[in-house]
Design a protein around this ligand. Sequence first.
Ligand code: ATP
Length: 264
Amino acid sequence: MQTVINKLIPSKLSSANSVKPKKSIISLAVPRSASDTLANVSNLSIYFDEVAAVNNVNLALKTNQIHVLCGASGSGKTTLLRAFNRLNDEFDNCHTQGEIALDIRGELVSINDLTAKQLPKLRRRVGMVFQHPMLLPGTIADNLLLPLNVSCNIKGSEAQQRLEKSLKQAALWDEVKARLNAPAASLSGGQQQRLCLARTLALEPEILLLDEPTASLDPATTEEIEQLILQLKRDYSIIMVSHSKQQTQRLADSISYLEHGRLV
Ligand SMILES: Nc1ncnc2c1ncn2[C@@H]1O[C@H](COP(=O)(O)OP(=O)(O)OP(=O)(O)O)[C@@H](O)[C@H]1O
């Protein structure tokens, strides 16, 4: 169970007994160059073994927009998305060159310089929702309360408030408020995806990474989730992967098209 939680949730358990990092995330910050800059990606290359999945990408993104990464299967979209919260670090055969500077709490932070102990904090700030709903075993409530407890040490009434708030943000509250103790696996595919979104939102991130959030959903549910993403743009900066040209046209403020790991 703990292994599953550690994979899905930015936990502080792994560093709970270790020496406190000397530098906070903010201490690695440099003054922002422009107030609406979300990210500056410079000469970013990401290799699995010796093969480049992302190849010398340069990109500037703005805050409170929806940035869509598109391209053919295998072109490096998910790998690039994972770079924004250093999730590629979890692969032993992966190494990264170049730099990503991200706006964290109003400062541009070079996330490459963060130590392994600082990554759980980065991953709370930069929350990710995966392509297929990845539920924790247990109830609907467990899926929200467990990460809040493990990751942020939030319990009791504060946790209940966050649970309700995030389920409302994910437009799921009305559908589940009477069955919070039902197994999460009993939800429909679209509901499960919204539960995963709620779980990410409960940790109060600033940036959302969405990897094909409507993959394998029917058209009606896809529309629902798209409306939700448009609403979330008011409060969050969003970087998402999409395979659909129509969806990209409906949602994107900016589009990055990848071909064999390169921006074209
Ligand atoms: N953990 C890994 N180990 C080895 N190679 C990997 C790993 N993850 C991704 N790759 C390789 O990196 C390349 C880019 O993969 P990525 O998943 O980023 O593509 P994608 O554009 O998101 O594809 P899709 O649209 O099919 O999801 C592929 O060749 C893939 O095989």
